[in-house]
Design a protein around this ligand. Structure first.
Ligand code: BG6
Length: 511
């Protein structure tokens, strides 16, 4: 929201008037880890900057590392300076924010650290008048979630005078069985309405805008169905490799890391029926309906409906990069997928026989996340084949990142004496329209949790239904069907992914 004060823009009016939550404390488990340092602390700093943190707010960073409060603050300060979305950071705000951070060394396997946490929270609650409200954030490796929830229960921190909410990061389980078990354990300590499962894609402004685009307008919905839509493509491409996350990624792969959550979330939003209201129950009920209507891919059809790939060495954004098997903490004969593509159908009245193609991969040529809805060609070529030979079918692209916006592609006459029709774009760009920097997804989600609004968090049945669909594919992939394909880093994935669409007479949109 930096530019708002400088450039008057009627569309940006009132944008800073978000609600702030009731006084509360926050505990981040894994406060010295990558997610906290790169995302959570910078997000909290930006909330402080926009005065969106609740009164009395104080953060306890909890982790296994032996750090003093001063060392933790110094580390936080460096991370915020390096990763804040607003640059340069405002020193005064940062100093004030750092004073509201404290640190506690906690071994998640032992009750003793949680007893100290309970005492510290009691002191802070009295000093800060936060009424017992606490958000616990598990920014730790997923195997620690059950232990943390159980320890919180053991020392009585799962209940209190105010609210007690717990945020858990994805991945939520690694298959249906483990997700079910995790839900069971978490619910033995916290009720469902206090459980906030994060899928940070849902906090992205542009993802939320999918619903606004579809349901706040009357011109798109009449054509948003199998009568008019030829197919839908969902792309989540990244130039990054696995970075320092080799050991996590070896157990995950692209299908579990992105498709099971982010990509299927995008699918639900683009395919769902209008919810009766924009509230947690109505929105999530409709999303679950879509997931239940996704046709399970039969085992024998998996080789013809899915593609799994792994990057080899190559060049990305001008830099020579190693292959996946050469990355740190990756097995030399690893079969892990760093690329996944699939074709699926949503079996309902609206989408019958309309293919949805999903692809995601690491070490692709550029970062782009988008949903492209491609429409059918006109039934009759009034202008003749020659005049329209360069005309592509109409499409609407919802660009999630970067260059957030929406673009409509349609045919227009080229201004020449004859009749030649070519495709042109009509673009809406967030930044140039509203002249504001959208908040980071984590900013939005942290505030929503403190406000007690779970609309943008995933419900247990959503997570489990998504795993139900993914598990069958994972099983087949595990048994080598289809075989793993390779692709050079910096290309758009294996040839087999192009064939997936080519066999249907279609091509991927190359953004
Ligand atoms: C995370 C995945 O959930 O999303 C990462 O674990 C991926 O592998 C990241 O890089 C992508 O998020 P974003 O917001 O950068 O598109």
């Amino acid at each position: 929201m930096t530019k708002q004060a400088e450039i008057p823009n009627p569309l940006a009016e009132g944008l800073s008037e978000y609600r702030t939550a009731d006084p509360a404390l926050m505990v981040i488990f894994g406060a010295t880890g990558d997610l906290s340092q790169r995302k959570l602390l910078p997000a909290l700093y930006n909330l402080a900057r926009n005065r969106l943190l609740p009164a009395g707010f104080m953060l306890i960073g909890a982790a296994i590392d032996d750090l003093t409060e001063e060392q933790f603050r110094k580390k936080a300060s460096e991370s915020i300076k390096a990763h804040s979305r607003t640059q340069p950071v405002d020193e005064e705000t940062l100093d004030a924010f750092l004073k509201d951070l404290t640190y506690l060394q906690v071994d998640f396997g032992r009750t003793e650290g949680f007893e100290r946490l309970r005492d510290r929270l009691a002191e802070l609650e009295a000093a800060r008048h936060t009424g017992g409200n606490v958000v616990f954030y598990c920014a730790t490796p997923p195997p620690t979630y059950p232990a943390i929830a159980q320890q919180l229960k053991a020392v009585g921190l799962n209940k209190g005078r105010g609210y007690r909410r717990i945020i858990v990061e994805k991945p939520f389980g690694s298959d249906l069985h483990s997700a079910h078990e995790l839900n069971r354990v978490l619910r033995s300590a916290f009720p469902e309405d206090s459980l906030y499962r994060i899928d940070h894609y849902l906090g992205k402004e542009t993802v939320q805008n999918i619903l606004a685009f579809r349901f706040a307008n009357s011109i798109f919905e009449p054509v948003w169905n199998n009568q008019h839509v030829d197919h839908v493509q969902i792309t989540a491409a990244e130039p990054l490799g696995v970075e320092t996350r080799g050991s996590y990624y070896e157990r995950s792969g692209a299908l579990r890391d992105i498709v099971q959550n982010h990509a299927l979330q995008l699918l639900t939003l683009v395919a769902m029926e209008p919810p009766v209201a924009f509230d947690a129950t109505s929105v999530r009920d409709e999303k679950v309906k879509v997931l239940k209507q996704v046709r399970p891919i039969e085992t024998k059809a998996i080789p013809s409906h899915t593609v799994r790939g792994q990057y080899e060495e190559g060049w990305v954004l001008g830099e020579q990069v190693p292959g996946y098997r050469q990355e740190k903490n990756v097995a030399a004969n690893s079969e892990t997928d760093t690329y996944a593509a699939l074709k699926l159908y949503v079996d309902n009245w609206r989408w019958a026989d309309t293919p949805f193609y999903i692809r995601t991969g690491k070490r692709l040529p550029k970062q782009v996340t988008e949903i492209r809805v491609q429409f059918k060609r006109p039934p009759h070529l009034t202008f003749g084949r020659e005049a329209t030979k360069e005309l592509e079918p109409n499409s609407i692209t919802l660009r999630i990142q970067p260059e957030e916006g929406i673009s409509l592609r349609f045919g227009a006459k080229v201004p020449t004496a004859g009749v030649v029709i070519r495709s042109v774009n009509m673009d809406f760009l967030y930044t140039s329209t509203f002249l504001v920097d959208a908040p980071d997804a984590y900013e939005r989600l942290l505030v929503d949790c403190m406000l007690g609004d779970p609309t943008l968090f995933t419900r247990s049945d959503e997570v489990e239904t998504a795993w139900h669909f993914i598990d069958v594919i994972e099983e087949s992939w595990h048994s080598g069907q289809p075989p793993l394909q390779t692709y050079a880093a910096g290309t758009w994935g294996p040839l087999a992914a192009d064939m997936l669409l080519a066999l249907d007479g279609r091509v991927w949109h190359h953004p």
